[in-house]
Structures are given as structure tokens and as C-alpha cells.
Design a protein around this ligand. Structure first.
Ligand code: GLU
Length: 424
């Protein structure tokens, strides 16, 4: 499943996102000797809900959106995963992201299974009142498969703490006040301190630990980040706190590059006014395609999936690709990068800080108790260090790549839970 199929004219056909994740799972299953029944069980979702979402727009017309909630596997605990509002959030994309959550939670030793939700829409072109109505309509269609001990959504691309507040409120109207039904809420409504920065913090910790393993000072490491949303911007802030030299960043409106390093605090002041990194003085403009091919040490795709493909993998000039986005590297690109000696740190560890602090938020909600920020960051750091350490040790022991080691550890844990429950 990992190898892309060849078309008649020899161009590799696109491997669907879920087939691409399944490729990593089958590859791990072959190394581990996992029973075929378990691989079959994990090849499809436990449950997929598709809903028609009619929403009255500000112009009084009804627009019909399509929404999904996919629960991939719950052997290790309640389903957990974000909700994506994006035009590319079709059923296969959501299915692939749900699968990734199963393995991400297992790798981080969080007591959860994997799920994901999505609504095909362009939130940048919708007003707050439209997004509020869409979020509530979506909740009215999925609440029956959610639950504090059943399935707990969270933010993802195109959604944020405000979206979670609307979802929590809509769920509460049907079931009574249940703050732990979603994570990534505003702090004022039971959210956890540190949840907004958690994914970027986890990514920066992985970069710091990798640099440590290479015995290279972060100040000698040039970092390029594609995406300046929640994940990209927090990665830039915390990585520069750790001493890394961020030389280029981009967002949907364009990118900027300064080989001598970008002052992230200054960039944030520019961003607050311009709502984009584009136009920042003290850096040269570049495009989103060019940014991926810059000469650098660590390349961090922190936006959408499938940005490093068979088309551009040969042009990547980074030493290490740090997958802050979910599945930013296609399987054919993964092979090309490996052949070229470029290390890929996989998404299921690099961006796992978000779901880890979601877990802390859920436990705080259940106990009706709040942790201070220092405790959240310390416990996040400990969990990232432990998972990253286990992964690198496994890769060294087995002579595998980091993605392979990550899936080996995660699949082993998921398969063990399936066996113990007596599913097979
Ligand atoms: N959407 C994030 C992810 O892909 C976070 C999920 C969560 O917090 O449940 O990992």
C-alpha cells in the first residue's frame, strides 16, 4: 500500500490519505507479525457518521454543508480527536486523520482511541454568526455518538477555542453542562492553561531533543516553518526561545525569509496588525512553494497535509523534516527523502503535544480542578521526552526510520489492547 501505483504514462497516481496511513500500519504489522484480523480491523473505521448540515447564512439563504465524525478505533479508551473546518475535509481525509489519532494517542500513552471530525467549508469566508450556527448544527447531528467517556472532540485546522465554546454550549443544551465533552475550550469556560501553545511546544521540544541527539547547538540550526497558524506560530516562538534560528515562515498570503534570522517578537507585532507574515520588513518575500525548497537544517511543514510529494521531494534541501502538520509528506516523497538521507520526524510524535494537553484538560474537567500553567508545561515536557526517547531508542535498536519506529510502538499498544479485550 505504501508504493504509489503507476499510471499508464508513468506519473505516480495520488495515494489517498487513508491509504497512505494504512501503508505505515501494514508496514509496521509486517515487522511486528501482527495478526491479519487485527490489521483488517484497523483498516476501516469503527463508525463513520456523515451529516447534512443546513445553515441559515447572513444573507438569509440556507446553505447546506457536509459534516463528518469518524471514530476509528476505541480499544485503548474513548475516541479523541479534533474537528476540522476546511474545504479539503472530505470523508477520506477525516478517516485518515482519525486513524492517525489512534496511533498518536497510543504512542503518547494517552488512554484514548482515535477519532476526527470535519466540515467542508471555508471559515475565512464566513462570519462569526455563521460559524456559530454551523458549529451548533454540527453538534445537533453528532451529539448522540459523543460522550465524556465515549468521544471527546477538540480544535483542529479552521476551528479554535471559540468553536469549542459553541460546541460545548450546544451539547450542554441537550445533555446538561458537560465541560469535558470538548477540549481546547477558552480558559474562562474550563479550558486548560497552555492548551493553545501545546502543539507548538511539543514540536519545539522534539526539535530540541533531536538537536541534542545530534550534539548540535540550536543556535547553529536554521529553521524554516511553513504555516503561521496556531501550530506554526507557537513553534516559531518556543523554538526561538530555545535558541533556534528561524530564517523563514509563511502563511496562506505568502512567506518571508531572512538568512540571518527573524525576530519572532517583532514578527508577532507585525502579524497582529497585518493578519499575515507577508509584508514584514527586515525579510525578503518568498512563495509557499519556494519556502519548502529553501536551504536550511530543519524544515517544519505546519499547515495542510501533502505538501512534500513526489514532485518536490528531490528539491528539499533540509537535513530534517519535522512534521508539525498531519501527513505533510506523501509515501512516495517519504521514500525519496529516505534515499536522500533526510530524516523525517513523524506527525504522530511531533504534533502530539496538542492532544496531550487535551488529555490534561479532560482530567482537570473531570476533577473540577485547574492546574497552573507551569504544571501543564512540565507534564507535557515529561510526556514528550518519554515518548520521543522511546521512539529514538526503538529506531536505533531496530535500524528503522523514526516513522517506522513510531508506528511499531503505537501499533503494538493498540493491538495489545484489542487482544486483551478479546476482539480477536
Ligand atoms: N487536532 C489535534 C491533533 O490533530 C488535537 C486533537 C485533540 O486535542 O484531541 O492532534
Amino acid at each position: 500500500m505504501t508504493a504509489p501505483t503507476e499510471t499508464a504514462i508513468g506519473t505516480p497516481a495520488r495515494v489517498s490519505p487513508s491509504a497512505s496511513v494504512l501503508g505505515s500500519v501494514r508496514d509496521a504489522a509486517a515487522r511486528l507479525g501482527t495478526e491479519p484480523e487485527i490489521v483488517d480491523l484497523l483498516s476501516t473505521s469503527w463508525r463513520e457518521l456523515r451529516a447534512q448540515l443546513p445553515v441559515r447564512m447572513d444573507n438569509r439563504k440556507i446553505q447546506i454543508f457536509e459534516g463528518y465524525r469518524v471514530q476509528h478505533n476505541g480499544a485503548r479508551g474513548p475516541y479523541k480527536g479534533g474537528i476540522r473546518f476546511h474545504l479539503s475535509a472530505d470523508i477520506d481525509e477525516v478517516r485518515a486523520l482519525a486513524m492517525l489519532m489512534t496511533y498518536k494517542c497510543a504512542l503518547m500513552e494517552l488512554p484514548y482511541g482515535g477519532a476526527k471530525g470535519g466540515v467542508m467549508c471555508d471559515p475565512a469566508r464566513m462570519s462569526d454568526t455563521e460559524l456559530n450556527r454551523l458549529s451548533r448544527t454540527y453538534m445537533q447531528h453528532i451529539h448522540m455518538i459523543l460522550g465524556l467517556n465515549r468521544d471527546i472532540p477538540a480544535p483542529d485546522m479552521g476551528t479554535n477555542a471559540q468553536t469549542m465554546a459553541w460546541l460545548m454550549d450546544a451539547y450542554g443544551q441537550l445533555h446538561g453542562h458537560t465541560p469535558g465533552i470538548v477540549t481546547g475550550k477558552p480558559v474562562e469556560l474550563g479550558g486548560s492553561y497552555g492548551r493553545d501553545q501545546a502543539t507548538g511546544r511539543g514540536t519545539a521540544v522534539c526539535m530540541r531533543e533531536h538537536a541534542r541527539s545530534e550534539r548540535i547547538d540550536p543556535r547553529d540550526i536554521r529553521v524554516v516553518i511553513q504555516g503561521y497558524g496556531n501550530v506554526g506560530s507557537w513553534t516559531a516562538r518556543i523554538a526561538s526561545e530555545y535558541g533556534f534560528m528561524v530564517i523563514a515562515v509563511s502563511d496562506v498570503k505568502g512567506g518571508i525569509c531572512n538568512p540571518d534570522g527573524i525576530d519572532i517578537a517583532q514578527l508577532d507585532r507585525h502579524f497582529a496588525i497585518a493578519r499575515s507574515v507577508a509584508g514584514f520588513e527586515g525579510a525578503e518575500p518568498i512563495t509557499n512553494d519556494q519556502i519548502l525548497e529553501l536551504d536550511c537544517d530543519y524544515l517544519v511543514p505546519a499547515a495542510i497535509g501533502e505538501v512534500i510529494t513526489g514532485r518536490n521531494a528531490a528539491n528539499i534541501r533540509a537535513r530534517v523534516v519535522v512534521e508539525a502538520a498531519n501527513h505533510p509528506v506523501t509515501p512516495d516523497a517519504d521514500e525519496i527523502l529516505a534515499r536522500r538521507g533526510i530524516t523525517v520526524l513523524p506527525d504522530i510524535i511531533v504534533n502530539a503535544g496538542g492532544v496531550t494537553v487535551s488529555y490534561f484538560e479532560w482530567t482537570q474537567n473531570i476533577q473540577v480542578f485547574r492546574w497552573p500553567l507551569e504544571r501543564v508545561n512540565e507534564e507535557l515536557e515529561n510526556r514528550m521526552l518519554s515518548a520521543f526517547g522511546q521512539l529514538m531508542a526503538r529506531a536505533a535498536k531496530d535500524g528503522t526510520r523514526p516513522r517506522q519506529a513510531a508506528f511499531d510502538i503505537a501499533l503494538d499498544r493498540v493491538a495489545t489492547a484489542i487482544r486483551l479485550r478479546g476482539f480477536v
